[in-house]
Design a protein around this ligand. Structure first.
Ligand SMILES: C[S@@+](CC[C@H](N)C(=O)[O-])C[C@H]1O[C@@H](n2cnc3c(N)ncnc32)[C@H](O)[C@@H]1O
Length: 211
């Protein structure tokens, strides 16, 4: 998968929007490893929650082309502007929504859901300081407070053949995340893991069908 061109973004943008880092690039690697599977399920509607710079959803849109429709949400209005700019810069079309998670969409419509959440362990109160860049990392207790909300909702948003990709670190207790999903009838697989700068990143794929 080609890494999108982000040359339009400046240091000033990265004061307000999450600059792609190891977690973002690991998600790109995971999607690339899974590209045949993703193509095989013939996804029509694809969404990234918390798109930040837009690097991930744009990369997928470039790889799959016009066979699907692409959506992105972010709670940070600046990230919404930047994602749109990234999609234009890379000749892709992404519908951007300034939104909390994917709350305003209809049920069971997405074939692919991608989330690189704010996963750092922080005080719960830190999550709600602003809708700015702090939202990129502040994950509250166990770094799970935002992820847990998605785990509760994702079954209602994913289509039967759908795939849900999630970034975790050890502090998030990935085993517990997998158990929560298993109890809801999801299969899971760790697509890729990497240890970087004191973080053990793992990306999981969850699905209601076994692939
Ligand atoms: C770790 S950053 C990931 C950004 C980008 N996807 C990447 O991989 O580089 C998390 C993103 O989620 C967004 N976010 C946090 N809480 C959110 C929420 N409740 N609803 C929507 N987006 C949220 C943040 O603003 C931030 O852009």
């Amino acid at each position: 998968m080609d890494t999108p061109n982000l040359s339009h973004l400046t240091l000033k943008d990265y004061e307000q929007v999450y600059e792609p880092a190891e977690d973002s690039f690991l998600m790109l690697d995971a999607l690339e490893l899974d590209l045949t599977l993703i193509r095989n399920i013939k996804p029509l509607l694809i969404i990234e929650i918390g798109s930040g710079s837009g690097i991930t959803i744009t990369a997928l849109a470039k790889a799959l082309g016009h066979t699907a429709q692409y959506f992105a949400t972010d709670i940070n209005p600046y990230a919404c502007d930047v994602t749109i700019k990234t999609s234009i810069q890379n000749n892709t079309q992404i519908e951007m929504f300034e939104m909390d998670l994917f709350t305003n969409f209809r049920s069971n419509i997405f074939d692919i859901i991608i989330f690189n959440p704010p996963y750092v362990v922080t005080e719960s109160s830190e999550i709600f300081l602003s809708n700015g860049i702090e939202r990129s990392w502040a994950g509250g207790s166990k770094g799970r407070e935002i992820t847990d909300r998605v785990l509760l909702q994702v079954k209602n948003m994913l289509s039967d053949k759908g795939l849900f990709y999630l970034v975790t670190i050890e502090e998030n207790d990935p085993n517990d995340i997998c158990n929560i999903m298993k109890k809801q009838g999801f299969y899971f697989e760790m697509v890729i893991e990497r240890k970087v700068r004191g973080e053990h990143l793992k990306i999981f794929r969850f699905s209601l069908q076994k692939f």
